[in-house]
Write a protein that binds this ligand. Structure first.
Ligand SMILES: Cc1ncc(COP(=O)(O)O)c(C=O)c1O
Length: 334
């Protein structure tokens, strides 16, 4: 099976496993894990922030960020299909007492106009931006638009959290350092278990005082670890070996898009979005290729470390057979 459901399906390479096995470790809760400390130092620097905190998942990092920034009863504003709004199990309401507010927008971009329109937004509220934006098909935020939305949030007294689970994809895709976006945000999440190929691990970065307070959520959510250097070593290996190569995933995604007759100019990163003829997932799977749901009515194929050029050839054939047939049979369904 060629697995294009998600970039989370990758398995650690033998070299990554070797780095994990060789990791120097200590008790993370005592701040004595040298590998975790090194990863946090490197990530703070890369993201243009004072400090960073290692967490098991990006979900936990996002939720810790919200809980640290916000006041119960305030607003969390995000694009309506943003991961934190729809895939984190109501966490913003449950953990932080936030009123979750979604807005419809182009390419996942919450604009200054959206921000101005939400009257209740103020101190204690959080505006969440996602880069790359998953549900729009891995779109990258243009820096000027991103900065305008950050400024609009700050003008209202709200904090700005960047869910940069795939910020390295945005960085490689746009040819900018990750800090180009993250330095403007009050906090940022990075995930290592997506295109970077790690088994798990995420980082939350922000000002030193914010990260100090985020420790409370790390404990509360059960994310304070012990010899976590084993996982941090995988993340350090990924920083050194798996970032630049994201360009290969992006090129393969564009080739897949072109091969199935899509406009490749909207393929910014490693996602290919295409209309679901109804039973597309199952019919494409019958042809040896796994894809998954992107948003209602749309499927996604995601390239990653374990996908080769030959896999893309086979995927082009499988997806074209299913989506191409639908075009002829039921054009209005698209
Ligand atoms: C944009 C985005 N943010 C956060 C997450 C959560 O990541 P994790 O599975 O590490 O909790 C995901 C996972 O798919 C994601 O796509």
């Amino acid at each position: 099976m060629i697995d294009l459901r998600s970039d989370t399906v990758t398995r650690p390479s033998p070299e990554m496993f070797a780095a994990m096995a060789a990791a120097e470790v200590g008790d993370e809760q005592y701040l004595e894990d040298p590998t975790v400390n090194e990863l946090q130092r490197r990530m703070a620097e890369l993201l243009g922030h004072e400090a960073a905190l290692f967490l098991p998942t990006a979900t936990m990092a996002n939720q810790a960020a919200l809980r640290t920034h916000s006041k119960p009863g305030s607003i969390m504003l995000a694009e309506e299909h943003t991961h934190m709004l729809i895939y984190e199990w109501g966490g913003p309401a449950i953990h932080s007492g936030l009123v979750m507010t979604g807005v419809r927008s182009e390419a996942g971009r919450v604009t200054p106009q959206h921000i101005a329109a939400v009257e209740e937004l103020g101190p204690g509220s959080v505006v969440v931006l996602e880069n790359t934006h998953r549900s729009s098909g891995g779109r990258i935020w243009p820096l000027d638009e991103f900065r305008a939305s950050v400024d609009a949030a700050h003008e209202r007294g709200a904090a700005l959290h960047l869910d940069g689970a795939r910020l390295f994809n945005a960085s490689v895709g746009a040819g900018l350092p990750p800090s180009a976006w993250s330095q403007h945000a009050d906090s940022v999440t990075i995930c290592f278990s997506k295109g970077l190929g790690c088994p798990f691990g995420a980082v939350l970065a922000g000002p030193a005082a914010f990260i100090e307070r985020a420790w409370e959520s790390k404990y509360l959510f059960g994310g304070a670890l012990r010899q976590a250097g084993v996982a941090a070593a995988a993340a350090i290996y990924a920083l050194d070996h798996n970032v630049e190569r994201l360009a290969d995933d992006h090129a393969r995604a564009r080739r897949l898009a072109e091969g199935i007759g899509l406009d490749a100019s909207v393929v910014d990163s490693n996602f290919v979005a295409f209309p679901d003829p109804g039973d597309g997932e199952a019919r494409i799977a019958e042809r040896g290729v796994l894809v998954s749901n992107l948003r209602p009515g749309m499927l996604r194929a995601i390239t990653h470390l374990d996908i080769s050029d030959d896999d893309i050839d086979q995927a082009i054939e499988a997806v074209s057979e299913v989506v191409g047939a639908t075009r002829t049979a039921a054009p209005r369904a698209r």
